[in-house]
Write a protein that binds this ligand. Structure first.
Ligand SMILES: *[C@@H]1O[C@H](CO)[C@@H](O)[C@H](O)[C@H]1NC(C)=O
Ligand SMILES: *[C@@H]1O[C@H](CO)[C@@H](O)[C@H](O)[C@H]1NC(C)=O
Length: 233
């Protein structure tokens, strides 16, 4: 039974090959910054109410200044304090990209000059080319409550990961279509959105176990009958 489960989970992992994720514990709730510095960053927010985002991310080949590709920043907010969460990014195999994700709490991000510079550079670029879709997302965020909340910065690094004879593709990699999914762990153990899949696999495994018992019982019976008949002869 255990073995069947392990094999099924291994298969599940394999099927979801183009997924990268980060797992983290959300911080304590804190009052929103009074100077609205987080709002001014114009980062796309993710929260439990807005937990899936389908978007396109620019990617680039690693350079000396950006060894892990293009840097993107998102805001995670309104999480349940001190709970385990994961953020997954999913993309198509036809767009080979190497993603890495990191969640930083506000104090850490603001205390490291490298992170802070990266955040403000990203924010500056967003101010320059804000689309209507972005504004809608930010508007949804404005409607969110102003009481204490949890804030985290999510950093996503996107490095193009292919080789092509086409010069255009080698100098300007096309943007990568991605789904970014925020997921809370049930009892700090199992990602909420994967629960139906997990239950399905368990049912399947249990079914397979009973079926195999039944089949092996069927197989054993005739041979034991044979043995008995041999002995009596
Ligand atoms: C908000 O957080 C601050 C500091 O952590 C705390 O002093 C205050 O009581 C909290 N307010 C509410 C309404 O929870
Ligand atoms: C190179 O790739 C670009 C973008 O996919 C495409 O538009 C262009 O036609 C390609 N060039 C050649 C020579 O295949």
């Amino acid at each position: 039974m255990k073995l069947v489960l392990i094999i099924l989970f291994a298969l599940l992992q394999h099927a979801a090959a183009n997924v990268e994720k980060t797992i983290f514990i959300s911080p304590q709730a804190q009052p929103p910054p009074k100077d609205a510095s987080i709002d001014n960053l114009l980062l796309v927010p993710l929260s439990e109410g807005l937990s899936t985002l389908r978007t396109e991310l620019e990617a680039s080949f690693p350079t000396e200044s950006e060894p892990h590709g293009t840097i993107h920043w998102f805001l995670l907010e309104g999480l349940q304090p001190t709970s385990r969460y994961e953020v997954r990014i999913c993309w198509m195999a036809t767009q080979p990209t190497s993603f890495s994700l990191h969640a930083y709490d506000v104090d850490t991000a603001f205390a490291h000059s490298g992170l802070l510079t990266s955040l403000s550079d990203y924010s500056y670029k967003r101010h320059e080319k804000l689309t209507e879709a972005d504004e809608q997302l930010l508007h949804q965020r404005k409607a969110s409550p102003t009481e204490n909340s949890t804030f985290l910065f999510l950093q996503i690094l996107a490095a193009a990961d292919y080789y092509s004879l086409n010069d255009t593709l080698m100098t300007t990699p096309p943007p990568v279509a991605v789904d970014i999914i925020l997921d809370r762990y049930i009892l700090n153990v199992f990602p909420e959105s994967l629960l139906p899949t997990g239950l399905y696999l368990m049912l399947l495994a249990a079914g397979a176990w009973f079926l195999s018992r039944w089949i092996s019982a069927l197989l054993v019976r005739p041979s034991s009958v044979e043995e008995v008949s041999k002995k009596t002869n």
